[in-house]
Write a protein that binds this ligand. Structure first.
Ligand code: NOJ
Length: 816
């Protein structure tokens, strides 16, 4: 791979007639302008906090199955004028969140790009699915695909060519980051599998996936530059820079995106922040180098909305599509011209931008379009999307969009049934004292907390942190628009009625936290169970100020538990909550229900009453205290320099359980933890090589999507027997962790997830969980050779039910 990179760069010389980044705006930073071309060497690549120039931008080859589509795209692009090519790479205000205009003379009806990772957001009569964090918590590969496929079908039926998801950045470096819930897990392996399954699902439905946000987008604060309020094109400070060393980049932050490329994601979205000093969307090392060269990405890179800060410099650095286009740096700042658009025509005509690069941009956009047959009978954009699109309302459109076809199409199909299942599968049972759950037809149920009931403001949920009403999803572009929803209170009431029970409720957290709960309850009789519903908001553009539940949730629990001996706590949350009352003797059960989607109440009642046996496991760690977490977001700086917002990822590989394990820190609930109503046993670990003489270094094979295919070859098999030793059916998740030999470089985490299998088992049943370990799974990224290397010595393979419940283990020596 290093050889390929070097040979590519050997041909990379200063381009004649080089332009500087100022061409398309006086505010374009030039730190990554292509006139800085230098030969790639390891010194530069390992330099921490600076981004080496990697040019030119590689052309698509179609390798990996897109060859025929590439030929179609080439022939199609050959018919375009320069102006049409500029249109193809530049967004416009229009009916969708992102729009590429039609070229009617070629029967091309344009492209519609829609958010987001849990629903088609700008739409009516569409479903709101379980969020990424719930999906990660399911540890269920089939569910991940099923959800991706169902979502893809809804996007397509509404006329959206591109779904702006799934999310692997943020990965979850910090528990406080505002968008972790849009993604799946802070573990790159779990996130990578979820990316692959979701993308395959979306694209099997005929919709292009967009893996976002590439890469190192680990906090919201200062994700964008700050502009002068009087001169809106002038920056007063640059966005935060995520400064990530080469090894950490490969083993954590790139890892799940490699799965996305392998799954043939049509598009990637580059991120707002800077990466090692250079803006994500004009960072040649990340786009030309890591993504298009090392990972062999064949699709196109679009900018996040307003993340483009230059024209030619960004294009040469690998950006293929500017979104939302002509709306200016703020996205909503109408009238500010695009860095792309007409400027591309000018640059091509004056020779400062080679047509071949523009052709490659358009070909990269059109190849997945043809590959997914989007040229054949693709549904029209539902006209209702245009009405709902507050991002670019009709009055802002400067180009023509003809909207045809049925308005307000109902695309929900039978998806409510699967969303109900997915919501339950993504809930994690953390405590269940004396078999409190499942509930046994309680007659007197008391419900507490402002997360239980109907929102009082509006059914247009999840756009802000409202006090009253249940929470199914976080905010920002990753949210959804509900056509209906089932609250926990509704579902509990209807279930209690079936059982001849009754439900009392108190929904005001301030009242509950400050009341003697016994005085509330005594007139209504001693409840059989008190259910406390808590919520935790998180949204795009902000990080979480704390890891507690919102609206004084901890005080609500204390207040209820001080009286009610059977207090069951349910959290609807974006992720980590510290749960300081978890050992309270009256808190008998805790269920982390995450963001389950529109069937929330039903998903919950299915679990509480045992119609569904909990099988979710934490996709992150719950520490004892918020202060136990390392790597917090950078929330302020003490200086005023233009470039001073820097976030040094000095913890390197030690995030989440990798950190807690390395430092031997006691946690409340570890990564991978989750209870069931049954019990499981595990035995008979067998680990065996699939080849003789496995070498440390991978064979240098021609790059395919996902990188060197040798990295994806299975080289070891492992299997364990898992038995259901209890009395009800349930699903166990067998989790395989690898401990690399001591010869691996310093900083290698003690154990890392490298396999998981969910098994549905009847009482008494035993099944085998089989794992295939690929070369990448047993390697570390060697910054010197620029290769994935299998270290010499003894590996320990652990399999268990969580990262700290490692039931069986074995040792193997891989290389030799
Ligand atoms: C900004 C967000 O970061 C991105 O995820 C989203 O797709 C775009 N806005 C469009 O809404």
């Amino acid at each position: 791979m290093a050889a390929i990179l070097s040979s590519l760069l050997a041909g990379s010389v200063l381009l004649s007639g080089s332009v500087n980044a100022q061409n398309f705006g006086s505010n374009g930073p030039v730190e990554d302008a292509f006139s800085y071309v230098q030969p790639l060497n390891t010194t530069i690549l390992t330099e921490y906090g600076s981004s080496p120039p990697v040019y030119p931008s590689p052309n698509i080859t179609g390798v990996g199955g897109w060859e025929a589509a590439l030929e179609k795209a080439r022939a199609w692009v050959a018919q375009l004028t320069t102006e049409e090519k500029a249109d193809m790479v530049t967004g416009q205000a229009g009916p969708c969140v992102g729009n590429i205009v039609a070229i009617p003379r070629l029967n091309f009806s344009g492209l519609c790009l829609q958010d987001g990772p849990l629903a088609i957001r700008v739409a009516d009569f569409a479903s709101v699915f379980a969020a990424g964090v719930s999906t990660g918590a399911s540890w269920d590969k089939d569910l991940m695909y099923e959800r991706g496929l169902a979502m893809g079908r809804e996007f397509k039926a509404k006329g959206a060519h591109v779904a702006l998801g799934p999310v692997a950045g943020p990965l979850g470096r910090s528990a406080y980051a505002g968008r972790n819930w849009e993604g799946f897990s802070s573990d790159p392996y779990l996130s990578g599998v979820a990316m692959e399954k979701t993308i395959t699902g979306h694209q099997d439905a005929g919709v292009q996936a967009c893996a976002k946000h590439w890469v190192g987008n680990e906090q919201e604060i200062q994700r964008n530059p700050v502009y002068d309020p009087n001169v809106t094109t002038v920056k007063t400070s640059n966005a935060i820079s995520s400064n990530i060393d080469d090894r950490t980049m490969h083993e954590l932050y790139m890892w799940p995106f490699a799965n996305a490329v392998k799954a043939k994601a049509a598009s990637f979205m580059c991120s707002y922040q800077r990466i090692n000093g250079s803006y994500g969307c004009q960072n040649s090392a990340s786009q030309n180098g890591l993504l298009k060269t090392e990972l062999g990405f064949q699709g196109y890179v679009m900018s996040d909305w307003g993340a483009t800060h230059t024209g030619v410099a960004a294009i040469e650095a690998g950006l293929d599509m500017n979104m939302p286009g002509g709306l200016g740096p703020y996205g909503l700042n109408f009238g500010v011209p695009s860095f792309f658009g007409g400027n591309i025509t000018i640059a091509v005509n004056n020779g400062s931008l080679d047509t071949s690069r523009v052709d490659d941009m358009v070909i990269r956009i059109m190849t997945p379009y043809f590959w997914l047959n989007q040229d054949q009978n693709f549904p029209s954009i539902d006209p209702s999307s245009a009405d709902l699109n507050t991002f670019s309302p009709r009055r802002t459109w400067t180009r023509n969009f003809t909207l045809t076809g049925e308005r307000s199409r109902d695309v929900r199909s039978n998806h409510a049934e699967l969303i109900r299942r997915h919501g339950a599968a993504g809930s994690v049972l953390l405590k269940n004292k004396n078999g409190t759950l499942p509930l046994k037809a309680p007659r007197n149920i008391a419900v507490f907390g402002n997360d239980a009931g109907e929102p009082t403001q509006s059914s247009v949920l999840n756009q802000n942190n409202y006090e009253f009403g249940t929470l199914f999803a976080g905010g920002g572009s990753g949210t959804g628009q509900f056509s209906y929803f089932v609250t926990p209170l509704q579902a509990l009431q209807s279930r209690a009625r079936q059982d001849g029970g009754l439900v009392h409720y108190w929904l005001n957290n301030t009242l509950i936290a400050n009341s003697n709960v016994s005085t509330l309850l005594i007139p209504r009789g001693q409840p059989d169970v008190c259910i406390v519903m808590l919520k935790t908001w998180a949204e795009e553009a902000d990080d979480r100020p704390h890891l507690s539940s919102d609206w004084d949730g901890d005080a609500v629990v204390e207040s209820v538990a001080s009286y009610c001996a059977n207090t069951v706590v349910v959290t609807h949350s974006s992720g980590v909550n510290t749960l300081p009352w978890s050992d309270h003797p009256n808190v008998t059960a805790i269920l982390a229900a995450h963001f389950p989607g529109e069937e929330s109440g039903n998903s919950l009642v299915d679990l509480l009453y045992g119609d569904v046996n909990p099988s979710g496991h934490l996709p992150y760690t719950i520490a004892m205290n918020g202060t136990d977490y390392n790597a917090p977001p950078t929330t302020a700086i003490n200086t005023t320099g233009f470039d001073d917002w820097q976030s040094w990822f000095d913890e390197k590989l030690e995030i989440d359980y990798r950190y807690f394990d390395a430092k031997n820190i006691t946690v409340r609930y570890e990564f991978g933890f989750g209870l069931s109503y049954t019990t499981f046993n595990m035995s008979n670990l067998e680990v065996s090589p699939l080849a003789n003489n496995i070498t440390s270094f991978p064979e240098n094979l021609p790059i395919q999507p996902g990188g060197n295919p040798a990295l994806w070859e299975s080289i070891y098999n492992a299997s364990v027997s898992v038995s259901n030793t209890g009395s009800v059916a349930g699903a166990a998740v067998a989790q395989l962790y690898v401990g690399l030999p001591s010869s691996a470089p310093a900083g290698t985490p003690p154990r890392q997830l490298r396999g998981f299998e969910k098994l549905h088992l009847e009482p008494g049943e035993t099944q085998t969980a089989a794992f295939e370990l690929m070369r990448r799974d047993l390697s570390y990224w060697d910054i010197i050779s620029q290769q994935w290397v299998i270290p010499e010595g003894e590996f320990t393979i652990y399999v268990g039910f969580s990262s700290r419940d490692l039931v069986v283990h074995d040792t193997v020596t891989v290389v030799g």
